[in-house]
Design a protein around this ligand. Structure first.
Ligand code: GRF
Length: 188
């Protein structure tokens, strides 16, 4: 049994996908989702999966630290989470906080580089490849140690939506596997 805390701010497709995978591999796994955006799509997705999803709107950092102290997660997963993680959590949960980024870091990372902003830059620069990066979280946006990367080739006809779809399918396939490896120390 493992305890996992997922932080999300948006649609929640990664949060749902990870939760399904972790429940399938061990139904005793405990999963909790925290979200800082009231209207985020993640609430409905987690409701359908019967997984607790809690809104932390005000005093987010203080409440997050409390949740971590009480829940004592084995892993904290940022899945489309757009707030900075408080420094004290990074110290206490060293190598236990991970993020997924929709590009091949260090390319197209940093503040403001999320979602379509990333893919638009990739398009503008006529990149021949893009991909995903799973990395530990440190005090700088998208700068923590890289755990895993996967590339995909891009052709000259790509659009924002084709890149989005390609990157999303990498996220759906590889993020749960990387998480499993970190939690259990073995390949799934
Ligand atoms: C993903 O593309 C992820 O790489 C990035 O934010 C997006 C979240 O999407 N960090 P979703 O909310 O999981 O659908």
């Amino acid at each position: 049994m493992r305890k996992v805390l997922i932080l999300a701010s948006g649609n929640g497709s990664n949060a749902a996908n990870i939760s399904k995978f972790l429940k399938k591999t061990d139904s005793k796994n405990e999963i909790k989702v925290l979200c800082n955006v009231k209207k985020a799509g993640v609430f409905n997705k987690m409701k359908n999966l019967k997984i607790p999803c809690i809104l932390l709107e005000n005093n987010f950092n203080i409440l997050l630290i409390k949740e971590c102290q009480n829940f004592q997660p084995d892993l904290i997963i940022l899945a489309g989470f757009l707030k900075k993680i408080p420094a004290e959590l990074i110290v206490v949960f060293k190598k236990k906080i991970i993020n997924i980024h929709p590009s091949l870091l260090p390319k197209y990372g940093g503040k403001g580089m999320y979602g379509d902003n990333v893919h638009n830059q990739v398009l503008m620069n006529k990149e021949k490849e893009t991909g995903i990066t799973i990395h530990y979280v440190n005090e700088k946006y998208d700068k923590g140690e890289i755990i895993f990367q996967k590339k995909i080739n891009l052709n000259k006809n790509e659009t924002l939506s084709t890149i989005n779809a390609k990157v999303k399918s990498l996220e759906m396939k590889y993020f749960p596997i990387a998480i499993h490896q970190l939690l259990y120390g073995s390949e799934y």
